[in-house]
Design a binder for this molecule. Structure first.
Ligand code: SF4
Length: 311
């Protein structure tokens, strides 16, 4: 399989076939982000020949006994049971309708058991597609996009150079809702800066309240020295929230969400991992967050973040 640089995927895509169709990010400007800094380029599309060769390789595992045994020993799912592909790269949904359709055709030709195709997407990628194109992509299998909206706080979106507004999030996700393409939204606790955590959480709850995400995932801001945000802090133009404020912020988000959805903090940036379904688990999740806020020391949380080897 062709893989370039660090491959990022959400935890719930672990059983999916990871297929490299892009590498890097077309935007590449968010101040807090250094996820794709290990690549020598900003963004690259994989040649379709490489995608086809990877699918042939994945298909081979379902017919070649040695490959099947190797896959089993490595704990990988048997290809004939693979039901989902996850396209890698920061935002493969930016690809044109025609290219995404061609990729779906290849996937279905080589691994017919695959029913759905997911990937990371930016709000601006959705905006590039017409309603008809979105509907056609859905019929081709595209479903379950993962969108790192980060926040519904316009001030933070602007400062971090995310390239869209809260209103854009609502508009584009409502278009996905109308098309039937499901999506998970990711929130970045800490993005609003010191003293503004709950403002950002409330703005995000207001945005999400107009949408139908299958999941609201929480990541916590972890500032790397090679990020633009680190330089902003050094220059005194931005101040980081305390770790406890981040948990208060997550609590405010949880309290403000009135839609039925799953709520989860499962990535490495979270010192405490939790998940549940709203509204049923709201009280239990709130109680767990209260316990963290009241009993865990700021220094311990900070030590966890400093010691993080990898996000
Ligand atoms: S946060 Fe996402 S969109 Fe922004 S630069 Fe990083 S990978 Fe690209």
């Amino acid at each position: 399989m062709h893989y370039t640089g660090t491959i990022w995927r959400p935890p719930y895509e672990a059983p999916s076939l990871l297929l490299e169709v892009t590498a890097g990010c077309t935007h590449h400007k968010c101040k807090f982000c250094s996820l794709y800094h290990d690549l020598p380029f900003k963004f690259r599309m994989s040649p379709l020949e490489d995608v086809e060769r990877d699918l042939q390789e994945a298909q081979l595992r379902s017919t070649d006994p040695i490959s099947m045994l190797t896959a089993r020993l490595q704990g990988m799912p048997r290809p004939e049971r693979i039901q989902r592909a996850f396209l890698t790269g920061a935002n493969p949904f930016v690809l044109t309708y025609e290219r995404l359709t061609a990729i779906a055709d290849l996937i279905h030709r080589y691994i017919p058991s695959i029913e759905t195709i997911g990937c990371f997407a930016r709000i601006t990628d959705v905006a590039l597609k017409s309603d008809e194109e979105l509907a056609s992509l859905h019929r081709a299998g595209y479903d379950g996009l993962t969108i790192g909206i980060e926040t519904g706080d316009d001030e933070a979106l602007r400062f971090m150079d995310k390239g869209y507004t809260a209103a854009d999030i609502v508009t584009q996700c409502q278009r996905l809702d109308q098309t039937g393409i499901h999506y998970a939204l990711f929130y970045l606790a800490g993005i609003s800066g010191a003293g503004r955590g709950e403002i950002g959480a409330n703005a995000t709850a207001a945005v999400c309240g107009q949408l139908h995400p299958t999941l609201i995932g929480v990541n916590m801001l972890t500032i790397c020295p090679d990020s633009e945000l680190y330089r902003e802090i050094q220059c005194g133009r931005w101040q980081e929230e305390s770790e406890i404020e981040k948990y208060k912020e997550v609590r405010a988000l949880l309290e403000g969400l009135e839609i039925p959805t799953r709520f989860a903090a499962l990535g490495a940036s979270n010192a405490f991992r939790f998940q549940g379904t709203l509204p049923e688990d709201r009280a239990a999740l709130t109680a767990a967050l209260d316990e963290i806020i009241e009993t865990v020391q700021e220094e311990d949380l900070r030590r966890y973040r400093k010691a993080l080897p990898h996000l």
